[in-house]
Design a protein around this ligand. Sequence first.
Ligand SMILES: [Zn+2]
Length: 145
Amino acid sequence: MQLDASFYTVWREFQGKAEQDQLPICPIGKAFGDKIQATLFDPLGNEPTREQIARAKFWLQEEWQAWKNAVPIWHLQTCSTKSRCLAEIYDEYYDRLRLMELRLAPMTRLLLAPDGVTPPVPSSPPPPTIHLYGFPLGSFDPQGG
Ligand SMILES: [Zn+2]
């Protein structure tokens, strides 16, 4: 899904992440981002389903944890102060997935009543009573009884 770049930028500014987005990316963060782009975002295509986005979020978590455990702690502690490292790249990609997910909100939910229950469909009126010579049809007894 192509994200609206201006919407993403405004959203990141609103979250207070605009300055962070201007920092350079360290080589480890770049390698992590390249892998996430190639293995998760490129396969999503232009119209991902909610399930595909959920799977991408899961695998983003898994990859982030695996990379975090493979990088020396001293790098993670010193790198994030002057550049975007694993945590910042993870945050950017998570926000992109979250934006995709928010755009998939089903519009039909807006038609539900506030309690979440579909409003009842009005029942059809009873069939009209047909009269024959002033007598309702069905109650006429030809035997006179
Ligand atoms: Zn780094």
